[in-house]
Design a protein around this ligand. Structure first.
Ligand SMILES: C[S@@+](CC[C@H](N)C(=O)[O-])C[C@H]1O[C@@H](n2cnc3c(N)ncnc32)[C@H](O)[C@@H]1O
Length: 245
């Protein structure tokens, strides 16, 4: 049984695809994908000894040693180019995900879909994808134990960025008027306000410049929030405008 967060990731795996779950930890995602018949086989990779052993134990427990290839190593390094159609990186920071993707260009070039579930620095990750030939084909938000988790699906292609600020909040989330978007935006805003509070204690010129940048971001967030909020109230007049925020 998958958690809601991992179920949201699994929902974006096309049936029949070979998936590599990078940083698999417990290997619950590949076990689910193979057991349910969504994937004929899968690859699970893990850097650290403890989680590697945990993954091995779970794969054996389900008798899936023939169908899940477990490998130890850093990021995409244990994969050969073209071996996996889909690469999943879930439960890691956005910057770690960027580092892992940038470190193995040959494997990345042969990947047809990325399913990413970053824990932090989500805007930076979206910007990296858009700058490096990845189109954001879909996004989701899932709530689990009071926390909101974004899921990003990217495929090779060109992301048309009409407004770079939207990469901060999730262009597909805004377009589809995701029901959890207002809550997500409120939390992003609270995060910015916290940083602003800390910066207000400093009178260094860099802190002032950063504070100005954050004030601008808060005001942009409020614009998107107003549109997302009015969408929630069923005001369809504003729907087209959300994409231009
Ligand atoms: C928080 S867990 C997430 C596990 C699982 N993907 C999930 O979403 O539930 C992150 C896992 O990534 C592994 N990890 C961290 N850096 C890694 C890297 N560079 N390459 C492979 N695995 C890594 C950690 O050891 C840990 O098991």
């Amino acid at each position: 049984m998958l958690t809601k967060r991992l179920a949201a990731v699994a929902a974006f795996v096309p049936p029949g695809a070979v998936v590599a779950d990078v940083g698999t930890d417990h290997a619950l995602l590949p076990v689910y994908l193979v057991e349910s018949g969504i994937c004929p086989h899968a690859i699970a990779t893990e850097l650290n000894d403890g989680p590697y052993r945990h993954a091995f134990a779970n794969i054996c427990r389900y008798g899936l040693e023939e169908k899940i290839s477990l490998r130890q190593g850093d990021g995409l390094a244990p994969l050969c180019p073209g071996e996996a159609d889909v690469v999943v990186l879930a439960g890691m920071g956005g910057r770690s995900i960027v580092r892992i993707l940038s470190s193995s260009p040959e494997v990345l070039a042969a990947t047809r879909r990325l399913i990413l579930q970053p824990m932090t620095d989500v805007g930076e990750l979206r910007s990296w994808l858009a700058d490096n030939g990845w189109r954001l084909v879909d996004e989701d938000l899932v709530e689990e134990e009071g926390r909101l988790y974004p899921v990003i699906v990217a495929e090779p292609g060109r992301e048309e960025v009409s407004d770079p600020f939207l990469l901060e909040v999730g262009p597909r989330l805004v377009e589809k008027g995701h029901p959890l978007l207002p809550d997500y935006l409120e939390r992003l805003k609270a995060g910015y306000e916290k940083v602003l509070g800390a910066l207000s204690c400093s009178c260094r010129p860099q802190a002032l410049a950063k504070a100005r940048e954050i004030i601008k971001k808060i005001s942009r967030l409020e614009e998107v929030l107003a549109l997302a909020g009015s969408d929630r109230c069923g005001d369809s007049r504003n729907r087209g405008g959300a994409g231009t925020a």
